[in-house]
Design a protein around this ligand. Sequence first.
Ligand SMILES: Cc1cc2nc3c(=O)[nH]c(=O)nc-3n(C[C@H](O)[C@H](O)[C@H](O)COP(=O)(O)OP(=O)(O)OC[C@H]3O[C@@H](n4cnc5c(N)ncnc54)[C@H](O)[C@@H]3O)c2cc1C
Length: 480
Amino acid sequence: MSIITGSEYLERINKLNSEIWISGEKVNGAVSEHAAFKGVMKSQAELYDLQHREDLKEKMTGLYKGEIIGASYLIPRTKEDLEKRREMIQTWARHTGGLMGRSPDYMNTALAAFVSSAHLLENQANCFPDHLKDFYEFAVSKDLSFTHTFINPQTNRSTLHYLNEDTTNARVVQRIEEGIVIKGAKLLATQGGMTDEIIVFSAPGIQDPSHAFAFSIPSNTEGLKFVCRKSLIHDYSNYNSPLSSRFEEMDSMVIFDNVLVPWDRVFFYDNIKTANDFYKLGNFIPFNLHQIVCRQVIKTEFILGIAKLIVDTININEFQHVQSKVTEIIKGLESTKALLSAAETQAEVNEHEVLLPARMPLYVAVNQFQDYYPRFTEIIQLLGASGMINLPDENQFNSPIGPKLNHYMQGFEVEGKDRVQLFQLAFDLCMSSFGSRQTLYERFFFGDPVRLAQMIYQTYDLDQAASFVNNKFTKKADLF
Ligand SMILES: Cc1cc2nc3c(=O)[nH]c(=O)nc-3n(C[C@H](O)[C@H](O)[C@H](O)COP(=O)(O)OP(=O)(O)OC[C@H]3O[C@@H](n4cnc5c(N)ncnc54)[C@H](O)[C@@H]3O)c2cc1C
């Protein structure tokens, strides 16, 4: 059986002893016990354990070549497969309120997408489809966890950036007998250092062939460094910081200090066309957009639940603007669900017998969510008002002043301590540094909203709409 338990995951990552830098220090010892990682790694471990729960096993796993594997690695071939994917993704998302954008299904889905697009590497220069296929088998057999990094550092975003000397971007500096050598940096890897491997892939738009590559290497590969941002965990009390203490995924810059990538881990290199085609024509976009929208539905349900509890707890149900604000979240939820459903209904089997969810409804859902999500958090602030900030910590409630607080901070039919607990949750979601990062994440993690909208514009069948008008209502029609 190739599904790991939570403790196997933790043990494996700790053993790697990868090079992780945080607050000016290299992490020494078990990363899962480091203050910046222990909460989220425990949550990740819980996700792996769900794969073993008797009541969920069927949903969370599937058969591949006679072996039980994590369902997130499976390539969908039928509508039932796609439904199973949705249920698996949403089961994991429910465990985290949808707050862990990089639960293992995100990158397992990406790997399934890559391997099911391996034909795009066939007979292309410097491309190794068999390496990718072998790697998929290996990853599935070990239930490997992944982080990834696609984008180059934010050094110079001008369209003419390539005219300046490149001193930061990760690039191939040597092609030697053992493999390719990478030097430079990539912008960001969420969960960097807390996974078995890192998949490195060049985002489209690169100009220099030495930037065009895809590979996977263990997180402890020599010369590979994860340089973390500051931690957003305020404290480890489940009462005071219920979300950040459990789901702070950490982001890191990835530095490649002459990292040797052995040939059997190189999927392609020095090939700009393939880097673009593999991203645009491969299955990464439809598969991962589907994963994302499944999670975003659950995250919206979570926010709706918080909104409803705030309304009840301070008894503001009767006010019309309160009802319309909650309705905004309902509209967001229902339209995201409808787009997800449309993508599944319109899914089509391609020539390689892979069922691809329809891209357009998913693109629209994700691009809408980039606007919805910040608005949802604003709505929570507008409903919660001073309750969002008048938040004594747990120690205050356990101190001699506690009984008075419990009385004076009571809500509608709720004791003070319980009312404040709800608002701590809302604060952590919408106002803490963890909460702000969640908003930035939903805005950007799959690409900048402006360029995503551009992508929709450029790929939508606008001619059909134009010819409808031309055929019936303009000078071109017989009407005139
Ligand atoms: C919390 C978080 C987690 C992330 N995790 C990961 C991860 O795990 N792995 C990974 O690979 N990436 C990750 N990302 C990166 C994410 O993919 C990028 O943030 C996203 O693609 C936007 O790129 P950028 O941040 O470099 O913004 P930039 O491209 O630098 O954009 C900055 C501003 O300039 C504008 N701009 C720049 N270029 C153009 C242009 N050509 N046309 C129009 N406007 C332009 C943008 O609209 C934006 O307003 C993460 C991002 C965030 C915020």
